[in-house]
Design a protein around this ligand. Structure first.
Ligand code: ZN
Length: 437
């Protein structure tokens, strides 16, 4: 019979996100891990320094000591908005949002009707994602229901998934029957609950009755709702021109008001982008507890391989106390790595005269997003009770008197670091207490 594996004590330096202003740099810290009650992995039971947890280091202790002191550990990264079925169009030419969707994205997503293509793509995408250190997040599939099972079975991590919904203003090959949509969405809400997101692609591709019905299903079953909002000005004009033709929407005030009238703004709703909003829209998002996924690399200027949509006003979101997290928006966003996203967030906002930090970027790619996903007690930082998920970074020498912001800045903001090579910062990945590569 195999002997039970020893309980583990991890010894390492940690960077622990706390808030926009605070990341704790904790040299030589011990994490005591224990298997979770449902035996699906290890959680952090205790966390402290050598003195506080001396008994765990005793040679006769029942704990196996894993010495990772050559590394700096950060929590597994969280990507709050991405389209795993758009990996193949990340580097397609980007003229404008609406053109890019029609010319590149939709034909690519149509290929996922094929089961083998979908399954192989899911395996390939998941392998790339974990290589880049993303261990949780919210993602969009194509319209095809089987893609949910394929990607859920391939992911290493904790992800909320949904298939995009398209019942109007879509090419024939991606247009769905509303009754069938409502049936499938209801079934998925009941089956997957908070691991599922009702996912209208965006308002103009779904009729108002279906939008309202699928929102109700989400509410009833504790599922999330995710969609896009106010990414570009052309898009806003297009959306309003469509909805003002519907009987109950002729006097609709704004893009956000459309979702509000369909009862889609909720504390479990995550809106992608939200760049071009007026005051009344910010207020609607705040009143309803709606969260925002900010996608800086996707919104970046064309020369930085984004769609040139503009800059999200995070100060306004903070002013209204609206929760927001960072996201890659693959494939409008060109880069899988959340390090790229953090760097783009910092650089674009500094160019605009603001003062964002890498501390803020890390917080918005870990703990802030964990909270939006309803998993603050399990993900996003190092604390007792949370899953033992982290990335091992080969960091700068900690004797160099850098603080947490200094360490992050030298790792992520380093100009020598080529964007395509960001994953090379990661020397190892632990998911639920197991090294996975
Ligand atoms: Zn998107």
């Amino acid at each position: 019979m195999q002997a039970p594996s020893k309980k583990k004590v991890i010894r390492a330096s940690l960077l622990n996100p706390v808030s926009d202003q605070q990341v704790d740099l904790l040299p030589d810290t011990l994490l005591v891990l224990t298997p979770s009650a449902d035996d699906t992995g290890d959680k952090i039971e205790l966390m402290g320094n050598e003195e506080e947890l001396a008994s765990y280091l005793h040679p006769k202790s029942e704990y196996q000591i894993v010495d990772l002191r050559n590394y700096i550990l950060i929590p597994g990264l969280i990507d709050l908005h991405f389209h795993w079925v758009q990996d193949a169009v990340r580097s397609a030419p980007k003229e404008s949002l609406l053109e890019w969707l029609k010319n590149h994205t939709w034909p690519t997503e149509a290929k996922f009707a094929d089961l083998d293509y979908s399954q192989l793509s899911a395996a390939k995408f998941s392998a790339e994602l974990i290589k880049n250190g993303t261990m949780a997040g919210c993602c969009y599939s194509s319209i095809h229901d089987h893609t949910i099972d394929h990607i859920k079975n391939s992911f290493v991590g904790d992800f909320i998934v949904g298939t995009v919904i398209m019942t109007i203003n879509s090419p024939d090959y991606l247009t769905q029957d509303p009754d069938e949509v409502i049936r499938v969405v209801t079934k998925r809400c009941q089956q997957l609950q908070a691991e599922y997101a009702v996912t209208p692609r965006f308002a103009p591709t779904v009729d108002p009755a279906t939008l309202t019905a699928i929102g109700e299903s989400a509410m009833k079953n504790g599922s999330f709702i995710q969609t896009h909002l106010a990414e570009t000005k052309d898009e806003i004009d297009y959306v309003l021109s469509i909805f003002r033709q519907f009987p109950l929407f002729s006097d609709v005030n704004s893009y956000t008001d459309i979702y509000h009238r369909c009862k889609l703004l909720t504390p479990k709703t995550i809106m992608g982008h939200a760049i071009h909003l007026d005051e009344s829209e910010w207020q609607l998002l705040a009143q309803t507890g709606t969260a925002i996924a900010h996608c800086p690399t996707s919104n970046a200027p064309l020369k930085e391989l984004g769609l040139g949509s503009g800059l999200f006003n995070y100060q306004m979101a903070d002013h209204y106390n609206i929760k927001w997290g960072l996201a890659s928006d693959i494939g409008a966003g060109p880069h899988l790595s959340m390090f790229d996203v953090i760097r783009s967030f910092v650089e674009q906002n500094r160019r605009a005269g603001l003062n964002p930090t890498y501390t803020q970027g890390l917080f918005r790619s870990t703990l802030a997003s964990a909270e939006i996903m309803g998993q603050k007690d399990l993900l996003g930082s190092f604390a007792p009770g949370k899953w033992a998920n982290w990335l091992m970074l080969s960091g700068p020498n900690l004797n160099s008197k850098l603080d947490g912001e200094g360490v992050l800045s030298s790792l992520i903001g380093n100009k020598q670091q080529s964007r395509s090579d960001f994953y090379q910062l990661i020397q190892g990945r632990y998911y639920r207490g197991k090294m996975i590569g």
